[in-house]
Ligand binder design. Structure first.
Ligand SMILES: [Zn+2]
Length: 498
């Protein structure tokens, strides 16, 4: 589950609203008689629950350090485990490898055009990217003109000049940012910070004008000395400055396995879940340590969904199941960084079968399916994306669970990238909890019985759709049915009546 940019209080308030909805008016009650597997997939679906939980324990182990997408070894270890399991049951990769590459852009680095030219009379001294730290782009254009030396103290106004400032104190990004912000406020149209040494940093600072840092040793020849020069235009000196930065490109990958369809091979049904998480407390602010625990294990988010996709795929492969439509089992990376892996698959499917000729006709997404609680229910989101979804889910369930059907489509997990392409999507979710994006999201807290029941529902649903069940796209008929930033079951208005 991708964290929305809002406060925890807001999310918890949303949860509270679910509890306040009351089971009678808003939900489907458990019903002992579930449909027989024969009616659904035409196969007896014998899921190996122990094997599914073993997969959660493996993926959520401390050794995988919370599966952060930019931690190549950790994500790779998770991927190696999943693909080894696919190999054991003879499932085929999409393309030559289970890994379908895509690129994650995160952080910034100087582009090839970062340059500063200092003109002293006739002479031009050129400083290229290795001599400059670029902290803010401005609008990307080259800035050219006279420069004013402001020394170590920022004056009230620099009247739209290019400001050359001496930074003596804190030359970490905090100090540089503070100085740049002062100078921007004073009206500088570009800022050159001269620091004792070149601060190489991939940090960017918030400034609307270009900001660069240079080392004192590179500035001794042309930076004025003495108090008299402070606050004045530097005579005979002009500066050109281009500070353009580029996002840093990190190679990443999704994992894709598939079973070809028999008579509708070009109709692709994706069963997907993200397998990345937010890592350890080393990776920015997202995961904070509690006592000695520094790892956000992500057992529910989303080892649970990954293990469920894997288990359904393995069971179908072992049974020799031949769906009429093509089934693709997808494990997405980059979800926690902004649904990036699923976006890559939705926008640019790989140039390999079945995607070369096939089209995605449905996407079922599992994100946090391991903490089933009766009060929150099994939340089935995005049912409005096809008029047939609800009936298909009811035929597969409820397997003793309380189902909550949600019409709106939350934009906070991977199905959103397929929904925006007008593909019927469905989202299974057991709700937020106190361990969400925290170090306590451990495997032993998974509700195994609940998860086994969800796996049966999703397994039967997948075979029903795989067998060619009718599934038409439905345009949103009201604001309640389109994409929203909130989670399922957080607004009583959009929960379907039983
Ligand atoms: Zn998450």
């Amino acid at each position: 589950m991708h964290r929305r940019l809002c406060t925890t209080t807001g999310l918890l308030a949303g949860l509270f609203a679910i509890a306040a909805c009351g089971p009678d008016s808003t939900t489907v009650s458990p019903d002992k008689g579930s449909a027989a597997p024969e009616q659904l997939g035409g196969i007896a679906l014998e899921l190996d629950e122990a094997r599914m939980f073993a997969a959660i324990e493996h993926l959520a182990a401390d050794a995988l350090h919370g599966r952060y997408s930019l931690a190549v070894a950790d994500l790779g270890a998770a991927a190696d485990y999943i693909t080894a399991e696919y190999n054991k049951v003879g499932l085929k990769p999409v393309g030559e490898s289970f890994r379908t590459p895509f690129t994650i852009e995160s952080g910034w680095e100087p582009g090839p055009d970062v340059q500063v030219w200092v003109e002293i009379g006739e002479e031009v001294i050129e400083f290229s990217a290795d001599k400059i730290g670029s902290l803010a782009n401005g609008n990307g254009d080259v800035v050219f003109g006279d420069a004013t030396f402001v020394g170590a103290k920022t004056p009230k106004s620099v009247n739209g000049a290019i400001a050359i400032a001496h930074v003596a104190g804190d030359t970490g990004v905090t100090g540089l940012r503070a100085r740049a912000n002062e100078l921007e406020k004073a009206g500088a149209r570009a800022i050159v910070l001269i620091a004792p040494s070149l601060a190489t940093t991939d940090d960017r600072i918030d400034a609307a004008v270009p900001v660069v840092v240079m080392a004192e040793s590179d500035a001794v020849r042309w930076m004025p000395k003495g108090r008299k020069a402070v606050g004045k235009k530097i005579p005979g000196l002009k500066i050109s400055l281009a500070a353009k930065q580029l996002p840093v490109q990190h190679p990443s990958f999704n994992l894709l396995a598939w079973i070809p369809g028999t008579d509708k091979p070009d109709e692709i049904v994706i069963l997907g879940a993200h397998f990345d998480h937010i890592g350890t407390n080393e990776f920015g602010h997202a995961c904070s340590r509690v006592d000695d625990d520094t790892t956000c294990n992500g057992a529910d988010d989303n080892a649970s969904g990954s293990a469920m996709v894997l288990e359904i795929a393995r069971t179908l492969a072992e049974s020799g199941y031949q769906p009429r439509r093509t089934l693709v089992f997808a494990h997405f990376a980059g979800e926690e960084l902004g649904l990036l892996g699923s976006k890559a698959l939705a926008d640019e499917p790989p140039d390999a079968a079945p995607f070369t000729t096939g089209k995605v006709v449905a996407m079922i997404n599992l994100d946090m399916v391991g903490r089933y609680r009766e009060d929150a229910g099994l939340q089935v989101g995005a049912v409005s994306s096809s008029d047939q979804w609800r009936e298909l889910v009811e035929a597969a369930g409820p397997q003793g669970l309380r189902l909550v059907f949600e019409r709106s489509v939350t934009a906070r997990s991977d199905h959103a990238n397929f929904y925006s392409k007008k593909i019927p999507v469905l989202f299974f979710f057991t709700g937020l909890h106190d361990d969400y994006h925290r170090v306590g999201d451990h495997a032993e807290k998974i509700n195994r019985e609940g998860m086994a029941a969800i796996a049966r529902i999703v397994g039967h649903l997948t075979t029903a759709v795989g067998n060619g069940a009718r599934l038409d796209w439905s345009e949103p008929r009201s604001a309640d049915e389109g994409a929203v930033s909130r989670l399922p079951a957080s607004d009583a208005k959009t929960i379907e009546q039983p």
